[in-house]
Design a protein around this ligand. Structure first.
Ligand SMILES: Nc1ncnc2c1ncn2[C@@H]1O[C@H](COP(=O)(O)OP(=O)(O)OP(=O)(O)O)[C@@H](O)[C@H]1O
Ligand SMILES: [Mg+2]
Length: 325
């Protein structure tokens, strides 16, 4: 059952050269208990997509289209309504956990105030819930942890505490923007295991933004690849990682080291992603695409359904007969 349905989302940002679209006509869905991975090069609009869902776009940023969450349209919500949605229905964690943790307040103050604000519970019961949350995210000795400040923990432990904060009000959707990028591999594995566990225990839906092929292959059910603010391709994780059809996805996957590509030569995609306000006409990827034809600079690609759960946006479908093994 669908929890989040984003339709035709366009995000316009104010730049020194005028307004520019950072996200363009993006549509996707996340089911209850589903983990969607979003990948794409820097500047492709991943974070702006996430921020529009929680109503926190930068100053003068504007989102149009529709964001339908748990049975209602939320894009048109007021600031006050968004304050309620954030934390309670949808929570977000970032690459740097200190974004969500206050350096000067104890973990207890932060967790209990958050709980009391959203759940209107007593101090005692907020403290009990805070202890349970720290236990859920596997913080050793939760009672001592409550008395400490964020700076006293390692990066991995801080990210666990940020996840505890995010879970405090039992959200239905957790958005994680590169939550493990700053962590070393073993700590990262622990966080991924925790996210998997939370999904199965709480039926939590997760939207995870990552550059990491290992994270995509080990955690996600479905993957959406973004380029220049739009979807290039999306599909189930195995379909997308093992049989990418869009030349961009293929390039991206060939460029990333990881389990799915063991034994393959790593290649790079020539050129660099286009700058905001300067996206090429037609298919935005055409200038870097080795399959590009004249028509690619003219036609905005329409959707091509590869199978029930796999689609891509490429006007010429060059890899149709040649899936990558
Ligand atoms: N406050 C802002 N004002 C104007 N433009 C911005 C602002 N924040 C981000 N941008 C631009 O919007 C575009 C999309 O940014 P976004 O942060 O969504 O990219 P991203 O896909 O998350 O990239 P990364 O992988 O580097 O995090 C980029 O070109 C970025 O430079
Ligand atoms: Mg980002």
């Amino acid at each position: 059952m669908t929890l989040l349905r984003v339709a035709d989302l366009t995000v316009t940002l104010a730049t020194s050269a005028g307004d520019a679209e950072a996200v363009r006509n993006l549509s996707f869905e996340i089911d209850h208990g589903e983990i969607l991975g979003i990948a794409g090069e820097s500047g492709s609009g991943k974070t702006m997509t996430a921020l529009s869902i929680i109503g926190l776009l930068p100053y003068k940023g504007k989102a149009t289209g529709s964001i339908y969450f748990d049975g209602r349209e939320i894009l048109t919500s007021s600031k006050k309504e968004y304050r309620d949605i954030r934390g309670k229905d949808i929570a977000m964690i970032f690459q740097d956990p200190m974004t969500s943790l206050h350096p000067m307040l104890t973990i207890e103050t932060q967790l209990t105030e958050h709980l009391r604000h959203h759940r209107k519970v007593s101090k005692g019961s907020a403290r009990q819930s805070a202890l349970e949350l720290l236990d859920t995210v596997k913080i050793p000795d939760p009672a001592s942890a409550l008395k400490a400040h964020a700076g006293q923990f390692s990066g991995g432990m801080r990210q666990r505490i940020a996840i505890a904060m995010a879970l405090a009000c039992d959200p239905k959707l957790l958005i994680a923007d590169e939550p493990t990028t700053a962590l070393d591999v073993t700590v990262q594995a622990g966080i991924l295991k925790l996210l998997r566990q939370l999904r199965s225990e709480r039926d939590l839906s997760i939207m995870i933004i990552t550059h990491d092929l290992g994270v995509l292959s080990s955690l996600t059910d479905r993957i959406m690849i973004m380029y220049a603010g739009s979807e290039a391709e999306s599909g189930t994780a195995p379909d997308l990682l093992l049989h990418p059809r869009h030349p961009y996805t293929q390039g991206l996957i060939s460029a990333l080291p990881g389990v799915a590509r063991q034994g393959k030569v790593l290649t790079t995609i020539g050129g660099s992603p286009p700058e905001l306000g300067n996206f090429p006409t037609g298919c935005a990827f055409h200038e870097r695409c080795s399959y590009a034809q004249t028509s690619c600079s003219l036609e905005v690609p329409s959707v091509l359904q590869v199978s029930d759960n796999h689609r891509m946006f490429c006007p010429i479908n060059p890899l149709a007969e040649k899936s990558v093994k």
